[in-house]
Design a binder for this molecule. Structure first.
Ligand code: ADP
Ligand code: ADP
Length: 217
């Protein structure tokens, strides 16, 4: 599904990625670990088309992302890629349901269909009773699960998560990790997750360790 070929990235003279080769298969749950500053977020952003490599290529189903061009890339990203961050980034003025629907409206999908799908997703994530609540009226775990529903609304092929449980207590973190595996089982969802959580790294199908700009194991 996703392939990185000899991806390199420098910030000024700092070589953060020194030729990364990586393949992610459909329905895989891959974790990326490594010490702070090892280049995990940089790699995730490049794989997720949020950032460009200096050289090398990222291919989605064999198509080079760099061939898409700026305008098409934003469209491609919104339709095919979901993101979950450490902080949920939900819009405070909107309800859970509205937050989840937003990426679908941006993709030009119909309001009616979108709301039906958003309610289904909120149901799957045990949030049906929170649909009309604003983020400030939800617990940390519920906010992050709402962010998961938002990442799923356009049925992305792949979801990238950067420290998704980094801001949660261990109980809520565990619940969130269970949800990733539930979504893989129910939807065949693919995940690439940067994490410091040992439990999640152990549960993953594959764990990639970054060190000195390379994948060390
Ligand atoms: P990790 O996610 O493993 O902690 P990052 O990918 O965030 O690592 O960062 C890798 C290195 O690149 C760090 O030394 C960081 O300070 C540096 N870095 C990250 N982003 C930038 C940037 N936009 N400009 C300059 N240096 C950056
Ligand atoms: P958790 O321990 O899971 O983080 P909390 O103790 O924060 O949960 O919240 C317990 C319940 O109370 C949750 O279902 C949450 O939606 C609800 N809740 C928390 N804060 C608020 C609030 N400010 N307004 C309304 N409901 C809230």
């Amino acid at each position: 599904m996703l392939q990185a070929i000899n991806v390199r990235k420098k910030y000024n003279t700092l070589e953060v990625l020194k030729g990364i080769d990586l393949t992610i298969e459909k329905s895989e749950i891959v974790s990326i670990v490594g010490s702070s500053g090892a280049g995990k977020s940089t790699l995730l952003h490049i794989l997720g088309t949020l950032d460009n490599p200096d050289s090398g290529e990222v291919l989605f189903d064999g198509t080079s992302v760099s061939s898409l061009g700026r305008a098409n890339l934003a469209k491609f990203r919104n339709r095919h890629i979901g993101f979950i961050f450490q902080f949920h980034n939900l819009l405070p003025e909107f309800t859970a349901l509205e937050n989840v629907c937003l990426p679908a409206y941006l993709a030009g999908r119909s309001e009616k269909e979108t709301r039906v799908r958003a309610r289904e997703l909120l149901g799957m994530l045990n949030l049906e009773r929170r649909a009309d609540h604003k983020p400030s009226e939800m617990s940390g775990g519920e906010q992050q699960r709402t962010a998961v529903a938002r990442a799923l609304i356009n049925s992305p092929e792949i979801i990238f998560a950067d420290e998704p449980s980094g801001n949660l207590d261990s109980q809520n973190a565990h619940e969130l990790h269970q949800i990733f595996f539930l979504l893989r089982k129910e939807l065949g969802q693919t995940f690439v997750i940067v994490t410091h959580n040992d439990q999640l790294a152990e549960m993953a199908d594959r764990t990639i360790t970054m060190k000195d700009g390379h994948i060390s194991e």
